[in-house]
Design a protein around this ligand. Structure first.
Ligand SMILES: [Zn+2]
Ligand SMILES: [Zn+2]
Length: 312
């Protein structure tokens, strides 16, 4: 198998693109895909400050690496969830990577520790407030990423969601006809109201397998294990199903998700824009002033509840 571009020995084949690449050409391909995503979705420019949400996994570390390599001003934020060994290991990988990019690019790592603010790790916290761990985690991460982005004056917040993540999420939303979520499944969400940061997903054109290969070939040391809390989750089931379809007919995931994005784009002019919808229902939280649909936001409610049960 030879590289489609330079004809030397290929290290990876990409059936959905009908191509194979050597290490150098593959890295170039990955960088091109991200550059295309940034440009076509109007994500950010070279002058803007980007906050990358990093978990220690391949996607988020690869994203931080790619943005710096492409010449963007990107810093990282890590949220320590306090999930035993998993968090210790992922924190260590993030710290090591952050030290390297601090030296090479002057990038900064911000850190938020759940235990410090809530008085308990995510697992205990979820039990105390009687909510599933993954949704508790989602609320905390969303809240903290937005808070840091706003407080530290970042122009945009970037997450490492890849094509597999977005296709699986789309499948879940379609299966349950969650139309309000479908509207928010684009790779570039504007800062619709004051207090909300713009959110982008520059990896939506790349698959999980491609990002794993990129991380390995570029010697990015990441945590291989999935979060232990996510075992058996619906998202993982959807990914499995999509992987089976992808093996049978390469390109299924991209046709599904990119096809959806095409439809959304065409629909935009007539539908009420998301920004208008958000402005109609969102106002500042009475406690922290981050935008919310309720009197007090779900994060503040959660923290208030945690503080009544966890002795400080
Ligand atoms: Zn090549
Ligand atoms: Zn609040």
């Amino acid at each position: 198998m030879n590289c489609t571009k330079c004809k030397t020995k290929a290290v990876i084949d990409l059936p959905r693109h009908n191509a194979a690449f050597c290490k150098g050409c593959f890295t170039g391909f990955v960088h091109d895909q991200v550059a295309r995503a940034i440009k076509s979705e109007w994500m950010f420019g070279k002058e803007e400050r980007i906050l990358v949400a990093v978990s220690g996994g391949k996607d988020s570390l690869a994203l931080w690496n790619i943005l710096l390599k492409l010449g963007y001003r990107a810093d990282g934020l890590y949220v320590d969830l306090g999930i035993g060994v998993y968090s210790e290991q992922s924190h260590a990988k993030v710290t090591k990577f952050a030290e390297a990019v601090a030296t090479s690019h002057g990038a900064t790592l911000h850190l938020h520790t759940v235990e410090q603010e809530a008085g308990a790790g995510i697992k205990e916290l979820a039990q105390l407030i009687h909510r599933p761990t993954c949704s508790t985690c989602g609320t905390i991460k969303r809240y903290q990423f937005n808070r840091v982005a706003i407080e530290q004056n970042y122009d945009v917040m970037a997450t490492g969601h890849n094509l597999d993540d977005e296709a699986a999420r789309l499948l879940g939303n379609v299966l349950h006809w969650q139309e309000e979520y479908l509207d928010k499944q684009g790779p570039s969400l504007p800062a619709s109201v004051a207090g909300f940061a713009k959110k982008v997903k520059p990896l939506y054109r790349l698959s999980e397998r491609e990002l794993a290969a990129y991380a390995v070939l570029n010697r990015i040391d990441y945590i291989v294990e999935e979060c232990p809390m996510a075992k058996g989750s619906k998202m993982l089931q959807y990914k499995e199903v999509l992987n089976r379809l992808e093996t049978e007919s390469p390109g299924t995931k991209q046709t599904f998700y990119w096809g959806f994005l095409d439809k959304q784009r065409k629909k935009q002019p007539t539908a009420i824009t998301m920004t208008e919808k958000d402005r109609a229902v969102l106002h500042p939280c009475a406690s922290c002033s981050q935008p919310t649909t309720a009197e007090v936001c779900s994060y503040c409610k959660m923290m208030a509840k945690a503080k009544t049960v966890v002795p400080r």
